[in-house]
Design a protein around this ligand. Structure first.
Ligand code: GLV
Ligand code: GLV
Length: 322
């Protein structure tokens, strides 16, 4: 008998490889499958291909009695209860590396857009307000020569640092451990507090964990320079939304650019959306077309390996193989 697989959204590539070995059901709606739908499906499938918008919690995993693999099309996996999966010897796959450059590019896109007020400038022109060249029109921050603070020097943080070298920036980073390649990146390891105090740009590249949950709140914004700009392309919950709103409103920091929010999507009535010194994009940092295609094919490769009982090429809980 063929394997049974549930794919929680339409993917940007054809699923031929999967159809050869599995009966595949794809959730075709734009919104994620509700919890009760996931719960109903999970009891009858061998493999689940999910997205970061699906909450794969303990009761769901425990209901997956025939489940052999969970494959997520994303590098982050904070939406999945990994310890329950591991306790059940269930491998979980993700899609690292292929999105590193696209995500670093986008962090830079946001950094530059916020520094030089590109979104405001576009609105200004469209509103018919461009009357002449003015010495003090839409003044922003300089990027070249500034100090960049990278929170989390993993794969994406390193790619952000490599790009910063071309801008002659001073590069600081804070991480739980010291990077082996800090010298080649020209990056200096500092405490989180010092990074906050000295950086002109602070960019977040850490996973969401208990340690990073609301890592940025009132006291962190108070430590930052009044001219500082915060960029978040990691996870919304790393920043306390209410504290960020106050910091931006009171100009405790100059600006922020977010590709991720808490909650996500951001509610249309959120006060954050009333601020001029904030840019928000809808969680699209990895959305280069070739990148998304590679992520999908990597997720399928993990899924197929799991169904066959092979080791997943990219497994977040390799302890299941011990
Ligand atoms: C996107 O946020 C990802 O984790 O891949
Ligand atoms: C601006 O356009 C300049 O020439 O300085």
């Amino acid at each position: 008998a063929k394997f049974k697989v549930f794919v929680t959204r339409r993917l940007p590539i054809a699923l031929d490889r999967l159809y050869q070995i599995a009966d595949v059901e794809v959730w075709l709606k734009r919104q994620p499958p509700p919890d009760d739908v996931l719960l109903e499906k999970i009891g009858a499938i061998d493999g689940l291909l999910c997205l970061l918008t699906d909450r794969i919690d303990r009761h769901l995993i425990e209901a997956g009695t025939s489940l052999k693999v969970i494959s997520q099309m994303a590098v982050g996996y904070d939406n999945i209860d990994i310890s329950t999966a591991t306790a059940r010897q269930l491998p979980v796959g993700h899609t690292p590396d292929v999105l590193t450059d696209a995500t670093a590019d986008f962090a830079w896109t946001l950094l530059m857009a916020a520094a030089r007020r590109v979104v405001e400038a576009d609105r200004f022109v469209r509103a018919g307000e461009w009357q002449t060249w003015e010495p003090d029109l839409l003044l922003g921050a300089n990027i070249a020569g500034a100090t960049l603070g990278i929170v989390g020097l993993g794969r994406i943080g390193q790619a952000v640092a490599r790009r910063a070298k071309g801008f002659d920036m001073r590069i600081l980073y804070a991480d739980r451990q010291r990077s082996q390649i800090e010298d080649s990146l020209g990056a200096e390891c500092v405490t989180f507090d010092r990074l906050l105090q000295e950086s002109d740009f602070v960019t977040i590249h850490a996973p969401l964990t208990e340690d990073t949950d609301r890592l940025f709140s009132h006291s962190q914004f108070q430590c930052m320079k009044r001219s500082a700009i915060l960029i978040n392309t990691a996870r919304g919950q790393i920043v306390d939304s209410e504290a960020l709103y106050q910091a931006l409103k009171e100009r405790q920091i100059a600006a922020a650019a977010l590709d991720v929010t808490d909650p996500e999507p951001i509610p249309p009535q959120s006060l954050l959306l009333t601020l001029d010194n904030l840019i928000i994009t809808p969680h699209i940092a990895s959305a280069g077309r070739p990148t998304r295609e590679k992520m999908a094919s990597m997720a399928i490769a993990n899924l197929v390996a799991g169904l066959r009982g092979d080791r997943l090429p990219h497994c977040v809980n390799p302890e299941v193989y011990q």
